[in-house]
Design a protein around this ligand. Structure first.
Ligand code: UD1
Length: 359
């Protein structure tokens, strides 16, 4: 059985790692890794392959950045000949980035079965490019691997046949479970983490593309930094927007650093007093770690991080963010649970299902 994995952007890498490792243990499985090149900076891509132990990609499509249409089209153009040449029995796509939907579309037209890892998540907000990618990828996929019960329910509502849906748990948490002991041995940015701190990430177009909104958020972060120093590993998109807008944070307790490796970032999450983010995966990782998370969005496609975990939506109103930080600092630890099947074994379940279904 030949399985081709398609990855392209940072959040894909922690998802593919355990699936490749799980399938390696199965007899007669031959794996090919295709990197679309959507993310190409060392600290957005290679560092994750190294730290997570993912084999070097067999093929890199080198698409780079562009508008959504350009990037998606470029991936499709460059990926189609690869599929025709490789003739895989199954293509696995991950998460909700442009590489995910582009690869799924190519394969479905070539009648190559597609498996979607992290299927069924819905924010129900079509202004979010990832929501379009999720909806379309799930319509095209033949095997839908969901991380939680809400994923199954969303797919059933969209008339996906139940026999295509497999609730396996969260592959991103597989990677976290495996690497947390190693992360805990690292001591990233020691000069900045001697006292309590909050960790910040921000990159969604809805937060960083509008100059007024980004300026408001930075003002709120400055206010928060009076109480608690902030560490802000900054995504290149956000860095570019700030430079274009000539924005500089006013307070020196807001420390902006370059994007970090997986182990360093995990160690910083694990030790943070709280996390402020607009990322999807970080909502999940903080839930697993029991660290309070404030999400700068109006909705989330990961509701279990709120119902079971430590996540809270604060929207985009900077006042709400400042108030929410104060509330966390006032109160003690809150009870939180790890969602069902977020146990480090999701990829093992995927490998078992594929070994049984595809011969
Ligand atoms: C993408 C995903 C998003 C995910 C995020 C994680 C889509 C639609 N979005 O967003 O879901 O949360 O990755 O990081 O697929 N850039 C670099 N170096 C890189 C990559 C990007 O400088 O290695 C800069 C470029 O200016 C580029 C911009 O970041 O134009 C945006 O990159 P892009 O891949 O379009 O989307 P992300 O914002 O990274």
């Amino acid at each position: 059985m030949k399985i081709l994995h398609v990855v392209g952007a940072r959040p894909n890498f922690m998802k593919v790692a355990p699936v490749v490792a799980g399938l390696e243990k199965k007899p007669d499985v031959y794996q090919v890794i295709v990197h679309t090149g959507q993310h190409y900076d060392e600290n957005m891509s290679s560092v994750f392959f190294n730290q997570l132990g993912i084999p070097e990609p067999d093929i890199n499509l080198g698409v780079g950045s562009g508008s959504h249409a350009q990037q998606t089209a470029q991936i499709m153009r460059r990926f189609e000949p690869v599929v025709l040449e490789q003739r895989p029995d199954l293509v696995l796509v991950y998460g909700d980035v442009n590489s995910t939907v582009a690869a799924a579309l190519v394969c479905s037209k070539l009648l190559i079965p597609v498996g979607h890892v992290e299927a069924g998540l819905r924010s129900c907000d079509r202004t979010m490019p990832e929501e379009i990618n999720r909806l379309l990828t799930d319509q095209l996929a033949d095997y839908l691997f969901t991380p939680s019960a809400d994923g199954d329910a969303n797919l059933i509502k969209e008339n996906i046949a139940p026999e295509k849906i497999f609730r396996v748990g969260n592959v991103m948490i597989d990677t976290l479970v495996r690497l947390l002991p190693r992360a805990r041995k690292t001591d990233p940015l020691p000069e900045l983490t001697r006292e309590a701190y909050a960790l910040v990430t921000l990159h969604r177009p809805s937060n960083v593309d509008d100059p007024d909104k980004l300026a408001d958020i930075l003002t709120a972060l400055d206010t928060i930094s009076q109480k608690l120093p902030l560490l802000f590993p900054m995504h290149p998109r956000t860095r570019a927007k700030m430079a274009a807008m000539h924005l500089t944070p006013a307070d020196s307790r807001l420390h902006i650093v370059d994007p970090l490796g997986y182990l360093e970032f995990l160690a910083l999450q694990d030790r943070a007093r709280l996390v402020i983010t607009d990322s999807g995966g970080i909502q999940e990782e903080t839930t697993y770690l029991g660290i309070p998370c404030l999400t700068l969005r109006e909705n989330t496609e990961r509701p279990v991080t709120i119902t079971a975990g430590t996540n809270r939506l604060v929207g985009s109103d900077p006042r709400r963010l400042v108030d929410a930080v104060e509330a966390i600092l006032m109160r003690g630890p809150q009870p939180a649970a790890i969602p069902e099947l977020w146990d480090g074994q999701a990829a093992t379940r995927i490998a078992a299902i594929l070994a049984e279904k595809i011969v």
